[in-house]
Design a protein around this ligand. Structure first.
Ligand SMILES: [Cu+2]
Length: 243
């Protein structure tokens, strides 16, 4: 009886272990010889709305004063920063080319810096606190990375390479400073990029084929577009989002 229970326990552990990293291991790295690229720009349909002014009513001396929200950043030319553009239906392709080194996510003057990051699964990193006051780092996600922890002034929180196994969205906030907000996007495959300050993005070495491009922005939400990539060719993709 005792050994049977032990066997059941071992089987249970094996199952949990096998089910854990499977989600991130779905993508298969192969050599891409005739790859094309997808490049383009994310722009706003219409004039950029005036940013909301965030009221700083806690630790004003350390944090600085009221500030415009950086949730929606639109350049002079209408480009939108911090949009995650990714291929959704791809099982195999190029190797991961985003750095495997640690990511850092800082809290500076009581704002997340940078606000939005794209990381890969099983990536180690650190959440820093460069401020003279404590932050209570709090993440919300569908089982990707959930934590609720105080980080002392000048200290940091280490994220081990075993913590983030699933892909998807992680929203970040601070329970002490209500205006703080940001996001991590854990990539499902290396064809996952973040638009720059002028809304530009590019994906290289894409195997020829038809793809569904998924688009996500913290404030403007999600949408999809279809593209077809030809061998050795660049496919232009213009993405227009509604304010
Ligand atoms: Cu804080």
């Amino acid at each position: 009886m005792k050994s049977q229970r032990l066997l059941t326990l071992i089987a249970g552990c094996l199952f949990v272990f096998a089910a854990g990293p499977a989600a991130a291991a779905k993508y298969k790295v192969v050599s891409v010889t005739d790859g094309g690229s997808i490049s383009g720009r994310v722009t706003l349909n219409g004039p950029a709305p005036a940013p909301e002014i965030l009221k700083v009513d806690e630790d004003v001396e350390a944090c600085g004063g009221d500030r415009p929200s950086d949730e929606l950043l639109v350049s002079g030319g209408g480009g939108i920063q911090n949009v995650v553009v990714r291929i959704e239906n791809i099982d195999s392709g190029k190797d991961w080319d985003m750095p495997a080194t640690e990511f850092t996510y800082d809290q500076k003057k009581c704002s997340f810096t940078p606000r939005v990051i794209v990381i890969r699964p099983n990536m180690a990193g650190a959440v820093l606190n460069s401020d003279g006051v404590g932050h209570n780092f709090h993440t919300i996600s569908k089982g990707v990375f959930n934590i609720n922890k105080k980080i002392q002034p000048g200290s940091s929180l280490a994220v081990s390479d075993k913590k983030i196994r699933k892909s998807g969205l992680v929203n970040t906030k601070c329970d002490i400073h209500s205006w703080m907000g940001g996001a991590w996007w854990v990539a499902e495959n290396p064809y996952t990029v973040l638009s720059d300050a002028d809304g530009n993005f590019t994906m290289s070495n894409v195997p020829p084929g038809k793809y569904k491009i998924a688009i996500w922005h913290e404030k403007l939400g999600e949408s999809t577009q279809e593209v077809e990539v030809g061998a050795g060719a660049d496919t232009k993709l213009d993405i227009v989002l509604k304010p």
